[in-house]
Design a protein around this ligand. Structure first.
Ligand code: WT7
Length: 654
């Protein structure tokens, strides 16, 4: 299986199915192009009109103010995204409709799920209000950052919507992260409040979430209150005065809590992600622009209709879950499916069984998952009735054409358009994506820009490439869902995104544009690795490695992997006197997992006497990448400080 996109497939094109187009929000490529032109020529008019579908307590004075790199959207307006997800839907008559359809992981011995919950918009509204009142009673105020470290249960969405309701920005931490990651994020966000659970189910075992929080709290005295949801009934220690059970926090709380009118640019949430340095950055999103952008992209890209049962399999700990499990779908009044556990528990057909059980109509997942299913064989999906499906989506990493075709044939049964959506934590919502009723798709291409998005391909010196070309992907105009900063670090924000090419947003991705104007994302051009769609900074993994007392120096690179897209290779220099052997490799892999979580575990560790560096001391990652990929080095090595290193690495491998 090859992950790279063979040029030869670039001409393969699938028109949107006719029946789909006939009832779609956007019905043809012509209609797309007309609207697109307008959105680029008159962004204020365009977005001003889109935003009239949302509820504002006070209308904006201006649609956008752009003072590079600072954008403000719907300036002067006041709104609340929790109101738009709940109250507005109830006003529209959706109160009794299922908002969240949740399935827990544990199954009985016949493989049937033990727990399914259907929560209507009205019930969700009530629970959100109660929890918002509970948070307020614990001392949480508008502007306070609340850390959410939870399993994939409805209470996570409830907590987010409760925070949004009172104007307390949330900072969700993926439940697979370790206590060190919690500590770093709590400290960076100066967050005094954490919401967690006793544990969460994953592949039949309990992830000890509360114990991880305790460990993090032992290393800081920032945390004043920890709210603990009872989920797995595993034993936990509750600290007097600090820890409160969720059910006690909401006991007697009123189910009325009017949504706070918030300034359009009020901070809605922080979400930490990896960059090119060792320190994760708190990506800052604000209220109105993010709200309008997620509402509209979810509606058009997934072609949402009132009866849709829409399922995005991401974890809410990532931006995909924020935008396209919680905020986007709920603003469209549809049923959003949430699943707690692993795709292969109790067996490799869990997803397909769930699609059949709940008659899922729109399904959005990651290329790595598709490749994993592909490996297990077509008999797993073939056992289930997937005829409810109308649309498929992918996100997180480039999808190789072979996996695209497999998805198209075995899951979509050739009748579902596939939307390959390119975007980032920073972008808030999808920027380059097909519109399912309008855009002919090409396997492996994210196709064309969404409305208002003005991408360009530039050379390293910033020179714009016209027509069919390859280079760095930049975005030239602000869009409503864009990040507003890196929390507490305006300088890094400017440097990271706005200085590489003056005046434009630098994505960090490379891309090719073909003769039809279609974009093919080729992957990161910075020191970020995408492992199974998860984003990891090489520097983060390196600093985890050198925190082990046996390690003197480490360099980490990505290399292609048939399943996870990329995998991590670590080149490690041990301290004097430490003898390299297999057991140290295992120890180091475990060490990284416990510091950063299992997704950061290196697949390959190689020992070396010294790392190859340029004369100025920069690690020559290109060489290491080549070595990790091909096992040998062919490039120019004349700027190496230590030629013997490369020779040694090469020998070791031969
Ligand atoms: C990076 C952003 C978008 C939410 C999940 C990931 C890669 C994302 C695609 C796609 C090719 C993709 C890019 C991007 N990426 N979607 N459809 N095709 N590459 O968010 O963790 O912020 O990662 O994911 O490299 O820069 P993220």
């Amino acid at each position: 299986m090859s992950i790279r996109t063979p040029e030869s497939t670039a001409h393969v094109s699938y028109p949107p199915p006719k029946e789909f187009s006939a009832s779609a929000h956007i019905k043809s490529l012509d209609e797309y192009r007309r609207l697109y032109d307008r959105s680029i020529k008159d962004p204020e008019g365009f977005w001003g009109e889109v935003a009239t579908d949302c509820h504002f307590f006070k209308k904006w004075d201006r649609v956008v103010k752009w003072n590079l790199p600072d954008a403000q959207w719907f300036v002067g307006g006041q709104t609340n995204i929790s109101y738009n997800c709940l109250d507005l839907q109830i006003e529209r008559g959706r109160g009794d409709h299922t908002a969240i359809l949740w399935e827990g992981e544990p199954c009985d011995d016949r493989g049937e799920p033990r727990e399914i919950r259907r929560i209507s918009y009205r019930e969700l509204h009530r629970e959100v209000c109660r929890f918002a009142n509970g948070l307020t009673a614990l001392g949480v105020r508008k502007g306070d950052r609340v850390t959410l470290y939870m399993p994939m249960v409805p209470e996570l969405a409830i907590a987010m919507l409760a925070c949004a309701r009172i104007g307390a920005p949330h900072s969700v931490i993926f439940g697979g992260f370790s206590s060190q990651a919690i500590l770093d994020r709590v400290q960076d966000a100066e967050s005094h409040y954490i919401v967690t659970a006793d544990g969460g189910w994953r592949r039949g075992s309990i992830v000890p979430l509360k114990a991880n929080v305790d460990e993090a709290c032992n290393m800081t005295d920032l945390v004043k209150k920890v709210v603990v949801l009872r989920r797995c009934e595993n034993e936990v220690t509750m600290k007097d005065g600090r820890d409160v059970w969720w059910h006690d926090a909401v006991k007697g709380a009123s189910d009325q809590c009017p949504a706070e009118p918030l300034d359009a640019e009020h901070m809605l949430f922080l979400l930490y992600t990896s960059g090119s340095t060792g320190k994760p950055k708190g990506i800052l999103h604000t209220t109105a622009g993010y709200m309008v952008y997620t509402m509209y992209t979810a509606k058009l890209i997934f072609d949402l209709k009132p009866d849709d049962v829409y399922w995005c399999t991401a974890d809410i700990g990532w931006i995909t879950g924020h935008s396209y499990i919680v905020y986007g779908p709920l603003q469209n009044g549809v049923t959003t499916v949430m699943y707690e556990g692993a795709p292969n528990h109790p067996a490799w057909d869990r997803f397909w069984a769930m699609i059949a059980r709940h008659k899922v109509t729109k399904f959005y997942t990651a290329p790595t998952a598709i490749r994993a299913f592909m490996k297990q064989g077509t008999e797993w999906p073939a056992r289930h009735d997937l005829s409810s499906l109308k649309l498929l989506g992918t996100v997180g990493e480039p999808i190789n054409p072979a996996a695209w075709e497999w998805y198209h044939h075995n899951i979509g049964h050739e009748k579902c358009p596939i939307v390959d959506t390119w975007w980032q934590t920073e972008t808030g919502g999808a920027l380059i994506t097909p519109l399912p009723g309008a855009t002919p798709t090409k396997p492996g291409s994210a196709t064309l820009p969404f409305f208002g998005i003005d991408p360009a391909i530039v050379t390293k010196d910033g020179g714009e490439q016209k027509g069919a070309a390859s280079g760095l992907l930049v975005i030239r105009k602000p869009w409503p869902g864009m990040l507003r900063g890196i929390y507490g670090d305006p300088e890094r924000f400017r440097k990271q995104y706005w200085s590489e090419m003056p005046g434009v947003y630098f994505t960090g991705d490379g891309a090719r544009r073909d003769e039809d104007g279609y974009y093919w994302i080729t992957g990161r051009v910075d020191d970020v690795i995408k492992v199974a769609g998860h984003r990891l900074g090489t520097a983060e993994v390196e600093s985890a490695l050198v925190s082990n007392p046996k390690v003197a120096e480490a360099a980490v690179v990505g290399f292609p992997d048939d399943l996870t897209g990329e995998a991590i290779a670590a080149f490690v220099t041990l301290k004097g006197g430490v003898k390299p052997d297999e057991s140290i490799k295992d120890e180091l892999k475990k060490h990284v997992s416990s510091h950063l979580g299992a997704i950061a575990r290196p697949k390959d560790i190689r020992f070396t006497d010294a790392l190859p560096k340029t004369r100025s001391g920069k690690i020559m990652r290109r060489l290491l990448r080549e070595l990790a990929t091909k096992g040998r080095v062919e490039g120019d090595t004349t700027t190496l400080e230590d030629f013997t290193t490369i020779a040694k690495l090469r020998d070791d491998d031969a």
